[in-house]
Design a protein around this ligand. Structure first.
Ligand code: ATP
Length: 277
């Protein structure tokens, strides 16, 4: 007696053998969980290889905030390092800006990630480096331009942490959506030098600390340059990764927020056009 296999309802566009459970925002493909993991991870691997981001033996610090992007970055980089034998020595580097009720909680997530992924962690605080926490700064100057101060301090703090860790390279979880926002902000501000630099996947600009001392020539890169935020969220959700998802308490008035809303509105219009044309 021959038995015929029951046809799969809504099969995955790639393997055809499992049921599709999601529609990929980047391509519109309907995929099963395993095929989504495979294409997501392979695209990041291809980005790393095509752009020659690392050399074998590099010691690489992952800028870890406990948020979805850097949590997925730590998880995927560890996985790819093992799968493709990149030969990287990975460490987590977190900056504690000193924001009560926000960063203290997200750092607890990073500490759990350190144990879950078995990657060592260094936490460097603004208070130790500069004598001021963000809470102190906000008390002094109020709620204006907080993100601008914080961004400059964080960049330097990451460099200082990287020197303490003796790393060659810092990777951050900036994704395709973050980069689109930055492009728009630089256009609106008319900041041509930054507009030129902000889409580079890898940079090695020299930075100076508050006293004007050259701190580093450490490479920085964004392995998620081509990765959509929605796909990072989907990946974290299906893999049940442990991440912290609260907005910074000092950021509601940030300029970036306006760029983000504008781009989300444009995206919604574009998606509607795709459906209705
Ligand atoms: N406090 C921090 N310590 C270390 N790295 C950080 C910190 N804050 C941000 N970063 C790095 O910069 C990237 C972009 O930060 P941003 O503030 O835009 O957060 P985000 O887009 O919410 O990302 P995430 O989801 O990882 O928090 C992060 O993915 C992370 O790699």
């Amino acid at each position: 007696m021959t038995t015929t296999a029951k046809p799969i309802r809504n099969p995955c566009n790639l393997c055809q053998s499992a049921r599709a459970i999601l529609k990929r925002p980047k391509t519109g493909q309907q995929l099963c969980k395993d095929c989504f993991y495979h294409v997501f991870e392979t695209e990041i691997h291809n980005t790393i290889v095509d752009n020659k981001l690392f050399r074998r033996g590099d010691r690489v610090a992952i800028g870890a905030s406990g948020g979805k992007d850097s949590t997925v970055l730590a998880y995927v980089l560890k996985l790819l390092n093992d799968r493709y034998s990149y030969g990287l020595d990975l460490v987590l580097l977190s900056i504690d800006e000193g924001i009560t009720g926000y960063r203290d909680d997200s750092l607890e997530t990073v500490k759990r990630n350190r144990d879950q992924y078995q990657i060592p962690l260094l936490i460097v605080s603004y208070k130790d480096l500069y004598g001021w926490s963000m809470d102190d700064i906000v008390k002094e100057i109020g709620r204006k331009n907080n993100c601008t101060f914080c961004g400059v301090f964080r960049r330097q703090a990451l460099d200082r942490g990287a020197i303490m860790l003796n790393v060659d390279h810092i990777v951050t979880g900036h994704n395709a959506d973050d980069i689109a926002e930055t492009v728009l902000m630089n256009i609106l501000r008319g900041d041509l030098p930054r507009l030129q630099r902000c889409t580079s996947i890898i940079t090695n600009d020299t930075s100076e600390d508050a006293s004007g001392i050259e701190t580093s020539k450490i490479l920085r890169s964004k392995p998620f340059k081509y990765t959509y935020e929605k796909e990072i969220v989907m990946y974290a959700y299906f893999k049940k990764l442990d991440y912290f998802s609260t907005e910074c308490i000092y950021s509601p008035n940030a300029y970036r927020g306006y760029a983000r809303v504008f781009l989300k509105d444009l995206e919604a219009l574009y998606t509607m056009r795709l459906y209705f044309v």
